[in-house]
Design a protein around this ligand. Structure first.
Ligand SMILES: [Zn+2]
Length: 416
């Protein structure tokens, strides 16, 4: 009996230790108005007492910060010291996560099993990989390629959709979910894969898009971080590298590319959410994307990095406010994409050069694809929403998010 009680206690301890509990965590919204306030927020970014959901960008633009119940009073006082007011934007992150679990479970109960997975729901890494393997086995358009393997041994898989691989057609290249908690990004890529593979031969528009181009998607570019958001911490962003000499885990793979590496908008502190790592391409996720896009050098027509949230279409550069020579062409393409996207359901989007429109972000994918690979149409898209749900976007928004994004994308490729 005694052993049994001990076992129950041990299991309870394990269950509570197993998952980060966000009950009572708030997301607060702060708008810096002066340069000093902006600098203060940026310096605070490395601290583990707060977690930026939306990084501080420029004076007059809000930042979103997740705060635990234990640190809330302290954080509010610090902001007040800097003469910054805040509003509570999400009252209970734990409640959002419970709702998300419930919504996903409801969808699972409704799923008719017609496809390998319900593409209108969120899925684990294993489920997405099983879906891609099934597609490769059953659909002659689809092959998969392993771009690399994560620290914990998970494959970084690219799905290739092509009606004739030997034709070396122009390529549309997508990376998704390099930031682990941005679940809508992987879900949107899976939905687009499904749309293309089921529409070929019946939908004339899709048939022509596959006849003209090869389509390449890495639906989960950060498998370890993504698996960790399911098992342990729903709001994890980075990969899961154990950093030498630090108790803090993880590198932001989207700061680990060489263009402007270690510059502003990235952190040298392993505890920061934007830690750039010890050297460019030190991370397996970054080197996998480097190798995958380099394999198609000279053929990549568009390279898209999917992120969330804040509803923005962003072009190079991220590392400097200087504008690329092709910026007028990039701006024209973004304008066409955003017009088509917004006209679908009225979702407002802003667009422009990354460093000017949001913030300087050094060492990111989009600058690498443009500067090192010569892809003029290289963009970061920040998907829904504008902060009501943040990263816990309800599954019933997967389809509308994917449809509007796909409409924007199709309009853009027809115009470039
Ligand atoms: Zn992101």
């Amino acid at each position: 009996m005694k052993n049994y009680i001990l076992l129950v206690f041990a299991l309870l301890a394990l269950a509570t230790a197993a998952k980060v509990n966000y009950t009572g965590h708030k997301v607060i919204r702060v708008t810096p108005e002066t340069k000093e306030q902006l600098e203060f927020l940026r310096d605070w970014e490395s601290s583990s007492e707060i977690d930026f959901w939306l990084l501080p960008s420029s004076a007059g633009r809000f930042a979103d910060i997740r705060v635990s119940p234990e640190t809330y009073a302290h954080v509010a006082a610090k902001l007040a010291d800097m003469k910054m007011s805040h509003t509570v934007h999400i009252a209970d992150v734990g409640e959002l996560e419970r709702q998300e679990q419930q919504n996903m479970a409801q969808r699972i109960a409704m799923f008719n099993g017609e496809k390998a997975i319900d593409v209108e729901n969120y899925h684990t890494y294993e489920e997405v990989m099983a879906y891609l393997a099934d597609l490769a086995n059953t659909n002659p358009l689809v092959t998969t390629k392993v771009g690399g393997t994560s620290e914990e041994g998970r494959d970084i898989v690219q799905a290739i959709i092509s009606s004739d691989l030997s034709a070396n057609k122009p390529v549309h290249f997508f990376d998704c979910n390099i930031h682990a908690r941005e679940w809508i990004t992987g879900a949107t890529c899976v939905w687009i894969i499904d749309q293309i593979t089921t529409g070929y031969g019946s939908d004339p528009e899709i048939t022509s898009l596959v006849d003209l181009y090869d389509w390449k998607f890495v639906p989960i570019a950060n498998p370890d971080g993504y698996a960790y958001t399911w098992s342990t911490d729903r709001n994890w962003r980075k990969n899961r590298l154990v950093n030498n000499g630090s108790t803090c885990v993880g590198v932001d793979a989207n700061r680990n590319f060489p263009i402007g590496f270690a510059g502003s908008g990235s952190s040298s502190d392993p505890c920061s959410g934007t830690y750039h790592g010890i050297a460019a391409f030190s991370e397996r996720e970054a080197s996998a994307l480097r190798d995958l896009i380099a394999a198609d050098r000279g053929r990549v027509k568009t390279a898209i990095s999917m992120h969330s949230y804040s509803q923005m279409f962003l072009s190079p550069y991220g590392y400097t406010t200087d504008l690329p020579v092709e910026y007028p062409e990039m701006f024209r393409a973004m304008e066409i994409a955003v017009t088509a996207l917004t006209s679908t359901y009225g979702t407002p989007y802003t667009y422009g050069n990354t460093a000017v429109t949001i913030y300087i972000a050094s060492g990111d994918t989009t600058d690498h694809y443009y500067e090192s690979e010569g892809v003029v149409h290289s963009y970061t898209i920040e998907l829904r929403d504008s902060g009501t749900y943040g990263f816990q976007l309800p599954p019933d928004q997967i389809v509308p998010t994917a449809i509007e994004t796909w409409n924007g994308f199709k309009a853009m490729i027809n115009a470039i």
